[in-house]
Design a protein around this ligand. Structure first.
Ligand code: GDP
Ligand code: IMO
Ligand code: MG
Length: 425
Protein backbone atom coordinates (compact mmCIF):
# COMPACT_ATOMS: atom_id res chain seq x y z
CA UNK A 1 0.00 0.00 0.00
CA UNK A 2 1.00 3.60 -0.48
CA UNK A 3 0.56 6.79 1.50
CA UNK A 4 -1.77 9.38 0.00
CA UNK A 5 -0.91 12.96 0.91
CA UNK A 6 -3.31 15.87 1.26
CA UNK A 7 -1.74 19.29 1.39
CA UNK A 8 -2.45 22.97 0.85
CA UNK A 9 -1.41 24.52 -2.47
CA UNK A 10 -1.79 28.14 -1.39
CA UNK A 11 -1.06 30.08 1.83
CA UNK A 12 -2.87 27.73 4.21
CA UNK A 13 -6.48 27.60 5.41
CA UNK A 14 -7.62 25.95 2.18
CA UNK A 15 -9.95 23.61 4.07
CA UNK A 16 -7.59 20.67 4.74
CA UNK A 17 -9.29 19.72 8.01
CA UNK A 18 -12.71 19.42 6.41
CA UNK A 19 -11.50 17.22 3.55
CA UNK A 20 -9.32 14.95 5.67
CA UNK A 21 -12.40 14.30 7.82
CA UNK A 22 -14.46 13.61 4.68
CA UNK A 23 -11.83 11.21 3.28
CA UNK A 24 -11.10 9.43 6.58
CA UNK A 25 -13.65 6.60 6.04
CA UNK A 26 -11.47 5.47 3.10
CA UNK A 27 -8.32 5.18 5.23
CA UNK A 28 -7.08 3.20 8.25
CA UNK A 29 -4.38 5.61 9.41
CA UNK A 30 -4.51 9.43 9.43
CA UNK A 31 -1.23 11.19 10.18
CA UNK A 32 0.04 14.75 10.58
CA UNK A 33 3.60 15.23 9.31
CA UNK A 34 4.69 18.82 10.03
CA UNK A 35 3.75 22.12 11.59
CA UNK A 36 2.23 22.50 15.00
CA UNK A 37 -0.40 24.59 16.70
CA UNK A 38 0.12 27.36 14.16
CA UNK A 39 -2.38 25.22 12.22
CA UNK A 40 -6.11 25.59 12.73
CA UNK A 41 -8.08 22.90 10.90
CA UNK A 42 -11.85 23.32 11.00
CA UNK A 43 -14.37 20.49 10.78
CA UNK A 44 -18.14 20.82 10.79
CA UNK A 45 -20.71 18.09 11.25
CA UNK A 46 -23.87 17.53 13.32
CA UNK A 47 -24.09 21.30 13.79
CA UNK A 48 -20.84 21.33 15.75
CA UNK A 49 -17.70 23.12 14.66
CA UNK A 50 -14.29 21.80 15.80
CA UNK A 51 -10.92 23.42 15.34
CA UNK A 52 -7.90 21.10 15.59
CA UNK A 53 -4.34 22.39 16.00
CA UNK A 54 -2.13 19.35 16.63
CA UNK A 55 -4.38 16.33 16.37
CA UNK A 56 -5.07 14.78 12.95
CA UNK A 57 -8.48 15.47 11.44
CA UNK A 58 -9.39 11.77 11.40
CA UNK A 59 -10.00 11.78 15.13
CA UNK A 60 -13.79 12.06 14.96
CA UNK A 61 -14.31 8.81 13.02
CA UNK A 62 -14.45 5.43 14.74
CA UNK A 63 -11.86 2.66 14.48
CA UNK A 64 -9.14 4.77 12.93
CA UNK A 65 -5.52 5.19 13.93
CA UNK A 66 -4.37 8.80 14.19
CA UNK A 67 -0.67 9.62 14.24
CA UNK A 68 1.25 12.74 15.16
CA UNK A 69 4.49 12.21 13.25
CA UNK A 70 8.09 13.14 14.04
CA UNK A 71 7.93 16.25 11.83
CA UNK A 72 5.30 17.88 14.03
CA UNK A 73 6.12 20.26 16.89
CA UNK A 74 3.89 19.90 19.95
CA UNK A 75 2.90 22.43 22.57
CA UNK A 76 1.72 20.22 25.46
CA UNK A 77 -0.64 22.94 26.71
CA UNK A 78 -2.46 23.30 23.38
CA UNK A 79 -2.42 19.51 23.00
CA UNK A 80 -4.01 18.90 26.39
CA UNK A 81 -6.69 21.54 25.70
CA UNK A 82 -7.51 19.78 22.44
CA UNK A 83 -7.73 16.44 24.25
CA UNK A 84 -10.19 17.93 26.76
CA UNK A 85 -12.43 19.25 23.98
CA UNK A 86 -12.42 15.94 22.12
CA UNK A 87 -12.99 13.80 25.22
CA UNK A 88 -15.99 15.96 26.12
CA UNK A 89 -17.62 14.51 23.00
CA UNK A 90 -17.15 10.99 24.36
CA UNK A 91 -14.40 10.07 21.90
CA UNK A 92 -11.87 7.47 23.05
CA UNK A 93 -8.80 9.32 21.87
CA UNK A 94 -6.34 7.47 24.12
CA UNK A 95 -6.57 4.23 22.20
CA UNK A 96 -6.65 5.74 18.73
CA UNK A 97 -3.89 8.36 18.93
CA UNK A 98 -0.15 7.63 18.61
CA UNK A 99 2.54 10.26 19.06
CA UNK A 100 6.09 10.09 17.73
CA UNK A 101 8.87 9.95 20.31
CA UNK A 102 10.82 12.10 17.87
CA UNK A 103 8.34 14.98 17.61
CA UNK A 104 9.83 18.14 19.10
CA UNK A 105 8.38 20.01 22.06
CA UNK A 106 7.52 23.69 21.97
CA UNK A 107 8.88 24.99 25.29
CA UNK A 108 7.36 28.00 27.06
CA UNK A 109 10.50 29.97 26.17
CA UNK A 110 10.05 29.15 22.48
CA UNK A 111 6.82 31.10 22.57
CA UNK A 112 8.50 34.00 24.30
CA UNK A 113 11.35 33.94 21.79
CA UNK A 114 8.82 34.02 18.95
CA UNK A 115 7.18 37.12 20.44
CA UNK A 116 10.53 38.78 21.20
CA UNK A 117 11.82 38.11 17.69
CA UNK A 118 8.66 39.48 16.05
CA UNK A 119 8.78 42.60 18.27
CA UNK A 120 12.39 43.20 17.39
CA UNK A 121 11.68 42.93 13.65
CA UNK A 122 9.13 45.74 13.82
CA UNK A 123 7.85 46.55 10.33
CA UNK A 124 9.64 43.54 8.81
CA UNK A 125 7.93 41.02 11.08
CA UNK A 126 6.64 37.75 9.61
CA UNK A 127 3.21 38.00 11.22
CA UNK A 128 3.81 34.66 12.94
CA UNK A 129 1.03 32.99 14.88
CA UNK A 130 3.23 33.48 18.00
CA UNK A 131 2.95 29.79 18.83
CA UNK A 132 6.72 29.34 19.10
CA UNK A 133 7.04 27.52 15.79
CA UNK A 134 10.16 29.26 14.40
CA UNK A 135 12.27 28.98 17.59
CA UNK A 136 11.30 25.30 18.07
CA UNK A 137 12.31 24.28 14.55
CA UNK A 138 15.44 26.40 14.92
CA UNK A 139 16.45 24.38 17.98
CA UNK A 140 15.58 21.14 16.17
CA UNK A 141 17.88 21.95 13.26
CA UNK A 142 20.50 23.41 15.64
CA UNK A 143 20.41 20.09 17.55
CA UNK A 144 19.30 21.80 20.73
CA UNK A 145 15.69 20.66 20.81
CA UNK A 146 13.77 18.52 23.28
CA UNK A 147 11.70 15.68 21.91
CA UNK A 148 8.62 13.96 23.24
CA UNK A 149 10.73 10.88 24.05
CA UNK A 150 12.83 13.01 26.40
CA UNK A 151 10.02 13.45 28.88
CA UNK A 152 10.60 10.00 30.40
CA UNK A 153 14.12 10.48 31.77
CA UNK A 154 15.99 13.35 33.47
CA UNK A 155 13.53 15.66 31.84
CA UNK A 156 13.77 18.60 34.24
CA UNK A 157 17.54 18.59 33.90
CA UNK A 158 17.40 18.68 30.10
CA UNK A 159 14.66 21.30 30.22
CA UNK A 160 16.61 23.59 32.56
CA UNK A 161 19.65 23.45 30.32
CA UNK A 162 17.70 24.54 27.23
CA UNK A 163 15.73 27.17 29.08
CA UNK A 164 18.89 28.71 30.56
CA UNK A 165 20.12 29.33 26.99
CA UNK A 166 16.78 30.78 25.96
CA UNK A 167 16.73 33.12 28.96
CA UNK A 168 20.13 34.46 28.00
CA UNK A 169 18.90 35.19 24.48
CA UNK A 170 15.75 36.84 25.79
CA UNK A 171 17.72 39.03 28.17
CA UNK A 172 20.79 39.88 26.13
CA UNK A 173 19.56 39.93 22.57
CA UNK A 174 16.01 41.13 23.04
CA UNK A 175 16.00 42.82 26.47
CA UNK A 176 12.69 40.99 26.87
CA UNK A 177 11.03 41.00 30.26
CA UNK A 178 9.93 37.38 30.49
CA UNK A 179 9.91 36.51 34.21
CA UNK A 180 6.21 36.77 35.01
CA UNK A 181 4.95 35.27 31.74
CA UNK A 182 7.35 32.36 32.06
CA UNK A 183 6.38 31.62 35.63
CA UNK A 184 2.68 31.43 34.77
CA UNK A 185 3.22 29.44 31.62
CA UNK A 186 5.68 26.90 33.02
CA UNK A 187 3.26 25.60 35.66
CA UNK A 188 0.59 24.89 33.07
CA UNK A 189 3.18 23.43 30.72
CA UNK A 190 4.53 20.87 33.21
CA UNK A 191 0.98 19.82 34.10
CA UNK A 192 0.35 19.28 30.40
CA UNK A 193 3.53 17.17 30.12
CA UNK A 194 1.92 14.78 32.62
CA UNK A 195 -1.14 14.57 30.34
CA UNK A 196 1.09 13.87 27.34
CA UNK A 197 2.92 11.08 29.20
CA UNK A 198 -0.27 9.02 29.39
CA UNK A 199 -0.55 8.75 25.61
CA UNK A 200 0.87 6.08 23.31
CA UNK A 201 4.31 7.48 22.54
CA UNK A 202 6.15 5.28 20.04
CA UNK A 203 8.46 5.30 17.02
CA UNK A 204 5.61 6.10 14.65
CA UNK A 205 7.75 5.40 11.55
CA UNK A 206 7.54 1.68 12.43
CA UNK A 207 3.82 1.90 13.04
CA UNK A 208 3.19 3.53 9.67
CA UNK A 209 5.48 1.28 7.65
CA UNK A 210 4.06 -1.85 9.33
CA UNK A 211 0.55 -0.62 8.59
CA UNK A 212 1.48 -0.29 4.89
CA UNK A 213 2.98 -3.80 4.89
CA UNK A 214 -0.23 -5.15 6.40
CA UNK A 215 -2.20 -3.60 3.54
CA UNK A 216 -3.62 -0.74 5.54
CA UNK A 217 -4.27 2.59 3.85
CA UNK A 218 -2.63 5.74 5.14
CA UNK A 219 -3.34 9.43 4.48
CA UNK A 220 -0.91 12.17 5.47
CA UNK A 221 -2.46 15.52 6.43
CA UNK A 222 -0.43 18.63 5.69
CA UNK A 223 -0.58 21.86 7.61
CA UNK A 224 -0.09 25.41 6.25
CA UNK A 225 0.39 25.51 2.49
CA UNK A 226 3.03 25.28 -0.23
CA UNK A 227 3.43 29.06 -0.46
CA UNK A 228 4.45 28.99 3.23
CA UNK A 229 7.04 26.21 2.73
CA UNK A 230 10.40 27.14 4.25
CA UNK A 231 12.24 26.37 0.98
CA UNK A 232 9.74 27.16 -1.77
CA UNK A 233 7.44 29.74 -0.16
CA UNK A 234 7.92 33.50 -0.14
CA UNK A 235 10.96 33.38 2.16
CA UNK A 236 11.34 34.81 4.79
CA UNK A 237 7.54 35.22 5.03
CA UNK A 238 7.02 31.50 5.50
CA UNK A 239 6.63 28.99 8.28
CA UNK A 240 9.58 26.93 9.50
CA UNK A 241 8.78 23.50 8.10
CA UNK A 242 8.52 21.76 4.73
CA UNK A 243 4.82 21.90 4.03
CA UNK A 244 5.23 20.17 0.67
CA UNK A 245 4.81 16.51 -0.26
CA UNK A 246 8.46 15.75 0.49
CA UNK A 247 7.73 16.86 4.07
CA UNK A 248 5.48 13.81 4.43
CA UNK A 249 8.52 11.55 3.83
CA UNK A 250 10.75 13.25 6.40
CA UNK A 251 7.90 14.01 8.79
CA UNK A 252 6.63 10.43 8.97
CA UNK A 253 9.57 8.26 7.97
CA UNK A 254 8.15 6.98 4.71
CA UNK A 255 10.17 6.46 1.54
CA UNK A 256 9.40 8.62 -1.53
CA UNK A 257 8.54 5.40 -3.39
CA UNK A 258 5.69 4.87 -0.90
CA UNK A 259 3.83 8.05 -1.88
CA UNK A 260 0.57 7.35 -3.71
CA UNK A 261 -1.91 10.06 -4.61
CA UNK A 262 -1.13 13.68 -3.84
CA UNK A 263 -4.30 15.66 -3.20
CA UNK A 264 -3.61 19.35 -3.71
CA UNK A 265 -6.27 21.46 -2.07
CA UNK A 266 -6.99 25.07 -3.06
CA UNK A 267 -9.64 27.72 -2.57
CA UNK A 268 -11.47 29.03 -5.64
CA UNK A 269 -9.82 32.35 -4.73
CA UNK A 270 -6.83 33.13 -2.47
CA UNK A 271 -6.24 34.15 1.12
CA UNK A 272 -3.18 34.82 3.20
CA UNK A 273 -2.72 35.59 6.92
CA UNK A 274 0.38 37.40 8.10
CA UNK A 275 2.85 39.43 6.11
CA UNK A 276 4.54 38.78 2.79
CA UNK A 277 3.89 39.12 -0.93
CA UNK A 278 0.47 38.31 -2.34
CA UNK A 279 0.26 39.28 -6.05
CA UNK A 280 -3.53 39.03 -6.48
CA UNK A 281 -4.45 40.66 -3.16
CA UNK A 282 -7.51 42.90 -3.36
CA UNK A 283 -7.36 45.85 -1.00
CA UNK A 284 -10.67 47.23 -2.23
CA UNK A 285 -14.35 46.41 -1.62
CA UNK A 286 -14.04 43.23 -3.74
CA UNK A 287 -11.49 41.87 -1.25
CA UNK A 288 -13.79 42.89 1.57
CA UNK A 289 -16.69 41.07 -0.12
CA UNK A 290 -14.61 37.88 -0.37
CA UNK A 291 -13.61 38.20 3.30
CA UNK A 292 -17.20 38.56 4.43
CA UNK A 293 -18.69 35.92 2.14
CA UNK A 294 -15.89 33.48 2.98
CA UNK A 295 -15.81 34.36 6.67
CA UNK A 296 -12.08 34.75 6.27
CA UNK A 297 -10.91 35.12 9.83
CA UNK A 298 -8.13 32.88 11.18
CA UNK A 299 -9.07 29.63 12.96
CA UNK A 300 -6.01 29.93 15.24
CA UNK A 301 -5.49 33.64 15.83
CA UNK A 302 -8.80 35.16 14.71
CA UNK A 303 -6.87 37.58 12.48
CA UNK A 304 -8.62 38.78 9.37
CA UNK A 305 -7.29 37.05 6.26
CA UNK A 306 -6.06 39.00 3.25
CA UNK A 307 -8.13 38.05 0.19
CA UNK A 308 -7.60 38.05 -3.58
CA UNK A 309 -8.40 36.30 -6.85
CA UNK A 310 -7.19 32.82 -7.73
CA UNK A 311 -3.54 32.87 -8.78
CA UNK A 312 -2.78 30.18 -11.36
CA UNK A 313 0.89 31.14 -11.65
CA UNK A 314 1.39 30.29 -7.98
CA UNK A 315 -0.99 27.32 -8.14
CA UNK A 316 0.84 25.70 -11.05
CA UNK A 317 4.13 26.15 -9.19
CA UNK A 318 2.68 24.42 -6.13
CA UNK A 319 1.34 21.59 -8.29
CA UNK A 320 4.79 21.13 -9.80
CA UNK A 321 6.63 21.11 -6.45
CA UNK A 322 4.20 18.59 -4.95
CA UNK A 323 3.45 16.46 -7.98
CA UNK A 324 -0.25 16.86 -7.26
CA UNK A 325 -2.24 14.07 -8.89
CA UNK A 326 -5.70 15.36 -7.92
CA UNK A 327 -7.04 18.80 -7.16
CA UNK A 328 -9.67 19.63 -4.56
CA UNK A 329 -11.50 22.91 -5.00
CA UNK A 330 -12.84 24.59 -1.88
CA UNK A 331 -15.25 27.44 -1.23
CA UNK A 332 -16.46 28.27 -4.76
CA UNK A 333 -19.77 29.08 -3.01
CA UNK A 334 -18.07 32.25 -1.77
CA UNK A 335 -18.09 33.43 -5.41
CA UNK A 336 -21.84 32.79 -5.86
CA UNK A 337 -22.71 36.45 -5.97
CA UNK A 338 -20.06 37.77 -8.37
CA UNK A 339 -21.02 38.92 -11.90
CA UNK A 340 -17.54 38.15 -13.13
CA UNK A 341 -14.66 36.23 -11.62
CA UNK A 342 -11.04 36.95 -12.31
CA UNK A 343 -8.23 34.42 -12.49
CA UNK A 344 -4.59 35.42 -12.66
CA UNK A 345 -2.84 33.59 -15.53
CA UNK A 346 0.46 35.50 -15.72
CA UNK A 347 2.50 38.17 -13.94
CA UNK A 348 3.78 41.35 -15.55
CA UNK A 349 7.17 42.39 -14.17
CA UNK A 350 8.80 45.51 -15.59
CA UNK A 351 6.52 45.28 -18.62
CA UNK A 352 7.39 41.65 -19.33
CA UNK A 353 4.76 38.93 -19.01
CA UNK A 354 5.84 35.76 -17.26
CA UNK A 355 4.00 32.56 -16.41
CA UNK A 356 6.78 30.87 -14.47
CA UNK A 357 6.58 31.62 -10.75
CA UNK A 358 9.55 33.89 -9.90
CA UNK A 359 11.78 33.29 -6.88
CA UNK A 360 11.22 36.81 -5.62
CA UNK A 361 7.91 38.57 -5.55
CA UNK A 362 7.63 42.25 -4.83
CA UNK A 363 5.19 45.08 -5.37
CA UNK A 364 6.34 45.36 -9.02
CA UNK A 365 4.45 42.16 -9.84
CA UNK A 366 1.25 42.98 -11.66
CA UNK A 367 -1.26 40.16 -12.14
CA UNK A 368 -2.62 39.53 -15.62
CA UNK A 369 -6.23 38.40 -15.38
CA UNK A 370 -8.68 36.42 -17.45
CA UNK A 371 -12.28 37.31 -16.65
CA UNK A 372 -14.88 34.55 -16.50
CA UNK A 373 -18.65 34.94 -16.06
CA UNK A 374 -20.02 34.28 -12.57
CA UNK A 375 -22.81 31.73 -11.99
CA UNK A 376 -24.95 34.03 -9.84
CA UNK A 377 -26.68 31.16 -8.08
CA UNK A 378 -26.17 29.37 -4.80
CA UNK A 379 -23.98 26.25 -4.94
CA UNK A 380 -24.31 25.30 -1.28
CA UNK A 381 -27.19 22.80 -1.64
CA UNK A 382 -25.87 21.06 -4.72
CA UNK A 383 -25.17 17.36 -4.15
CA UNK A 384 -24.15 16.15 -7.59
CA UNK A 385 -22.01 17.56 -10.38
CA UNK A 386 -24.94 17.29 -12.83
CA UNK A 387 -26.54 20.19 -10.97
CA UNK A 388 -23.59 22.57 -11.48
CA UNK A 389 -24.52 25.72 -13.39
CA UNK A 390 -22.86 26.04 -16.79
CA UNK A 391 -20.67 28.97 -15.74
CA UNK A 392 -19.35 26.97 -12.79
CA UNK A 393 -18.53 24.03 -15.06
CA UNK A 394 -16.64 26.52 -17.24
CA UNK A 395 -14.70 27.74 -14.20
CA UNK A 396 -13.73 24.16 -13.28
CA UNK A 397 -12.80 23.31 -16.88
CA UNK A 398 -10.69 26.45 -17.18
CA UNK A 399 -8.66 25.53 -14.08
CA UNK A 400 -8.26 21.91 -15.19
CA UNK A 401 -7.09 22.99 -18.64
CA UNK A 402 -4.62 25.46 -17.19
CA UNK A 403 -3.21 23.12 -14.55
CA UNK A 404 -3.56 19.85 -16.47
CA UNK A 405 -4.66 18.14 -13.26
CA UNK A 406 -8.21 16.85 -12.69
CA UNK A 407 -10.38 18.31 -9.96
CA UNK A 408 -11.67 15.27 -8.09
CA UNK A 409 -13.59 16.93 -5.25
CA UNK A 410 -15.51 20.19 -5.00
CA UNK A 411 -16.58 21.55 -1.62
CA UNK A 412 -19.58 23.89 -1.56
CA UNK A 413 -19.87 24.63 2.16
CA UNK A 414 -18.15 24.01 5.50
CA UNK A 415 -20.20 20.95 6.42
CA UNK A 416 -19.03 17.38 5.88
CA UNK A 417 -22.00 16.72 3.64
CA UNK A 418 -21.38 19.72 1.38
CA UNK A 419 -18.79 17.77 -0.59
CA UNK A 420 -19.11 16.54 -4.15
CA UNK A 421 -16.91 13.85 -5.64
CA UNK A 422 -16.35 14.53 -9.32
CA UNK A 423 -16.41 11.75 -11.87
CA UNK A 424 -13.78 12.45 -14.48
CA UNK A 425 -13.97 10.53 -17.73
P1 GDP B 1 -7.43 24.44 7.02
O1 GDP B 1 -6.48 25.13 7.90
O2 GDP B 1 -6.87 24.19 5.66
O3 GDP B 1 -8.02 23.19 7.62
O4 GDP B 1 -8.65 25.47 6.81
P2 GDP B 1 -9.34 26.36 7.95
O5 GDP B 1 -10.19 25.48 8.78
O6 GDP B 1 -8.35 27.22 8.64
O7 GDP B 1 -10.20 27.35 7.06
C1 GDP B 1 -11.19 26.90 6.18
C2 GDP B 1 -12.51 27.58 6.57
O8 GDP B 1 -13.43 27.46 5.52
C3 GDP B 1 -13.17 26.95 7.78
O9 GDP B 1 -13.86 27.93 8.49
C4 GDP B 1 -14.13 25.95 7.15
O10 GDP B 1 -15.24 25.66 7.99
C5 GDP B 1 -14.57 26.71 5.94
N1 GDP B 1 -14.90 25.89 4.76
C6 GDP B 1 -14.35 24.71 4.37
N2 GDP B 1 -14.86 24.34 3.17
C7 GDP B 1 -15.73 25.29 2.80
C8 GDP B 1 -16.53 25.49 1.64
O11 GDP B 1 -16.52 24.72 0.70
N3 GDP B 1 -17.32 26.62 1.62
C9 GDP B 1 -17.34 27.51 2.64
N4 GDP B 1 -18.09 28.59 2.51
N5 GDP B 1 -16.58 27.36 3.74
C10 GDP B 1 -15.78 26.27 3.81
P1 IMO C 1 -3.25 25.95 8.53
O1 IMO C 1 -2.67 24.57 8.75
C1 IMO C 1 -2.48 30.06 7.40
C2 IMO C 1 1.37 31.78 8.64
C3 IMO C 1 1.36 32.87 9.68
C4 IMO C 1 2.60 33.65 9.25
C5 IMO C 1 3.56 32.55 8.80
C6 IMO C 1 4.55 32.10 9.85
O2 IMO C 1 -4.41 26.26 9.39
O3 IMO C 1 -3.48 26.18 7.07
P2 IMO C 1 4.38 30.68 12.09
O4 IMO C 1 3.48 30.82 13.28
O5 IMO C 1 4.27 29.38 11.39
O6 IMO C 1 5.80 31.04 12.40
O7 IMO C 1 3.86 31.81 11.06
O8 IMO C 1 2.74 31.45 8.43
N1 IMO C 1 0.68 30.53 9.03
C7 IMO C 1 -0.51 30.14 8.56
N2 IMO C 1 -1.37 30.75 7.71
N3 IMO C 1 -2.75 28.84 7.86
C8 IMO C 1 -1.89 28.19 8.68
O9 IMO C 1 -2.08 26.92 9.06
C9 IMO C 1 -0.73 28.87 9.11
N4 IMO C 1 0.30 28.56 9.93
C10 IMO C 1 1.16 29.58 9.87
O10 IMO C 1 0.21 33.64 9.61
O11 IMO C 1 2.31 34.44 8.13
MG1 MG D 1 -6.35 26.86 9.09
Amino acid sequence: MKVDVLLGLQWGDEGKGKIVDVLTPKYDVISRFQGGPNAGHTLEFNNIKHVLHTIPSGIFRENKINVIGNGVVIDPVVFSQEIDEIEKLGIDIRSSLYISKKAHLILPTHRLLDAASENAKGATKIGSTLRGIGPTYRDKIGRDGLRVGDIFSNFKEKYDLRVAQHKLTLERLYQYDYAEQLLNYEKEWFEAIEVLKKFQIVDTEHLINKSLQEGKSVIAEGAQGTMLDVDFGSYPFVTSSNTICAGACTGLGIAPTKIGKVFGIFKAYCTRVGMGPFPTELLDEVGQKLREAGNEFGATTGRSRRCGWLDLVALKYSIMINGATDLIMMKPDVLDDFDTIRVCVAYKINGEEITEFPSELDEKVEPVYVELPGWKTSLCKITHQDEFPEEFNNYINFIEEQTEVPISIVSVGPNRCQTIEIEND
